[in-house]
Design a binder for this molecule. Structure first.
Ligand SMILES: Nc1ncnc2c1ncn2[C@@H]1O[C@H](COP(=O)(O)OP(=O)(O)OP(=O)(O)O)[C@@H](O)[C@H]1O
Ligand SMILES: [Mg+2]
Length: 208
């Protein structure tokens, strides 16, 4: 029986992938077979051999050893813009049921499956669909990555409330430092600990 987690964050570029890779290594050290999924990736390049490259997909699969990129990343778009714009430009409708089917197949192969969202909790996937809808259709507990920088308390608490409103469980949160330690780091961490209704799973320092 596998366990999945949906990884969201306080923003884009705050360390969801970085934290996912740390979590993958942590679970691997516990002897678990870990697989990753990046259902929607915008910002891809086409390589000389015609294959698609996305940084998140590359970092996640390098950590897990997965080779079936289509299974772990069913939707990929070239421009580095919000998925709802990239999908519209490509004439593609992102279907959470397709993502759920890919997840189901991955879940058969691993002990732990980490699913990284794109952007934050309410990043739009179309005019009517948000990343939170995809998380709900997967029905997984959520891990919230907090990018430890000025403004993160507001972003973290709003996101935690929205996750609670969605009915999904917040399994825990990660304090990730995507930049050299912020001023008053310890006080910020303490405030987040007191207000986020879930355990702090991991503290990741800035790794230059
Ligand atoms: N703890 C850290 N130490 C050093 N660099 C970090 C750390 N966390 C994140 N970064 C760097 O910050 C950048 C953004 O991180 P990352 O790609 O993990 O963010 P993300 O939230 O997954 O972004 P996206 O929304 O594009 O998926 C990357 O270049 C990453 O290497
Ligand atoms: Mg990422």
């Amino acid at each position: 029986m596998s366990q999945g987690y949906f990884i969201t964050g306080t923003d884009t570029e705050i360390g969801k992938t970085h934290s996912a890779v740390e979590l993958i290594r942590l679970y691997q050290r516990q002897g678990k077979r870990v697989l990753a999924m990046k259902p929607v990736a915008s910002g891809c390049d086409i390589q000389a051999d015609g294959s698609w490259h996305n940084d998140d997909v590359a970092r996640l699969t390098a950590a897990t050893g997965q080779t079936d990129l289509e299974l772990m990343n069913p939707y990929r778009f070239l421009p580095p813009v919000s998925p709802h714009i990239a999908a519209r430009e490509a004439g593609v409708a992102i279907d959470p049921a397709r993502v759920a089917e890919h997840y189901r197949r991955l879940a058969e192969q691993g002990d732990i499956v980490l699913v990284e969202g794109a952007g934050g909790w309410l990043a739009p996937l179309s005019d009517t669909l948000f990343m939170s809808d995809m998380a709900q259709s997967l029905g997984l507990p959520v891990i919230l990555v907090v990018g430890m920088r000025l403004g993160c308390i507001n972003h973290a608490l709003l996101t935690a409330r929205a996750i609670a409103d969605s009915g999904l469980a917040l399994a825990g949160w990660v304090a990730n430092c995507p930049q050299p330690r912020q001023a008053a780091y310890a006080e910020n961490l303490d405030t987040l600990r007191r207000h986020i209704p879930a355990p702090l799973l991991l503290e990741i320092p800035y790794q230059s």
